[in-house]
Design a protein around this ligand. Structure first.
Ligand code: SF4
Length: 83
């Protein structure tokens, strides 16, 4: 399982700063930070700790098995960012 960021993301970069691993990109100083519409979680690096959910002020992050039906496509969008 992994956690997934959806289009409610406001790009405040709080989750990327607080991530237990380095699963969330881009960081604020990485290439692409200005142009992406949201941040993404690498499913191969996420350890399901939940820190990002608790810090996100826009409720943009979900465990993959709790994604709302209208956000289901974001699991693939998060993974695709790292391919
Ligand atoms: S659940 Fe934990 S490891 Fe996974 S993206 Fe969130 S903070 Fe990072």
């Amino acid at each position: 399982m992994a956690y997934v960021i959806t289009d409610a993301c406001q790009k405040d970069f709080l989750c990327a700063t607080e991530c237990t691993t380095t699963a969330i990109h881009p960081l604020s100083d990485e290439a692409g930070a200005d142009t992406v519409t949201q941040l993404f979680i690498n499913p191969d690096e996420c350890i399901d700790c939940g820190n990002c959910i608790s810090i996100c002020p826009s409720n943009a992050i979900f465990p993959i098995d709790e994604l709302p039906a209208d956000k289901a496509g974001f699991a693939e969008k998060n993974a695709a960012h790292f391919q």
